[in-house]
Design a binder for this molecule. Sequence first.
Ligand code: NAP
Length: 302
Amino acid sequence: MYDIIIIGAGPAGMTAAIYARRAARSVLVLEAVNYGGQILNTPDIENYPAEAHISGYDFSAKLYEQAKGLGAEFIFEKAVGIENGNGKKTVVTVKNSYEAKAVILATGSASRKLGLEDEEKLVGKGVSYCATCDGNFYRKKVVAVVGGGNTALEDALYLSDLAEKVYLIHRRDSFRGEEANVSRLAARDNVEFIYNSNVTKLISDKRLRAVEVTNKIDGSVRTVELNGLFVAVGRIPENRNFADLVRLDDAGYVQAGEDCHTSCDGIFVAGDNRTKTLRQLVTAAADGAMAATEAVKYISNN
Ligand code: NAP
């Protein structure tokens, strides 16, 4: 039996592994795909303390080597459920099952995609799902944000401080996000709202250079020339497999405060799949440290 099983080898999970190993606990990290998680999609990280520039790939590799060097074990199998009973947690994967005294859910969340042709190919070449990560590359350029929730509104505000022009494209005639942000955006000279519209095509050479926007009401189509498209149409937390054990909020995030305790004793949550307001690399790492420390305390007390 392991002391702690961590599900997910993104920045939150691997930071938790580092903290748990430094507390001399045995650690298994289970990962479905590849270590690194979402940050692998970021070509250049510029906002992590003491790392002025590092690629998401290099950052992930460094974190993996650090966790592995400290003795964390990694197995690449997708966890599909947890059984809780008899003083232990049994994590079931697609191939095996593994036992632990405590579990940390660090499964992250995925950006919802628009589902357009070439969308994936153009990530890092004009298409982004994170304005605070990539906005700086679009200083004095033309960008569009798609979405009508708080993320889209905040992204548009953030980008309007950097970019020459920001289009905000929303599929309805009113925003889901807070009115205060809508008013702030409306007062900015370099922001243009495009309502009742969907992005229906990405137009690119080697990089994105324009999008086709279709009005849902009258069917008219316009081409918007731009340098960057920021997609903010919601996120999909990867918590479905654990919903029977831990309480989720309406959007599917695991309900937990800064201490990372879930509604189930001995199960902790860290990173983007937790309820929180700022989903960033640095907050994922902070959660990892907290969840591991709390898991270690839980094991000592039980
Ligand atoms: P969200 O509130 O779910 O909004 C997603 C937006 O994308 C909606 O406007 C939706 O349109 C649109 N959308 C969804 N699928 C689409 C598609 N396929 N094509 C075009 N548009 C699509 O997501 P979010 O903005 O990421 O926010 C998630 C949660 O975090 C919310 O509860 C939000 O309030 C919260 N949040 C809080 C803060 C803060 O407190 N500072 C900051 C950011 C986010 P419809 O409106 O038509 O459904």
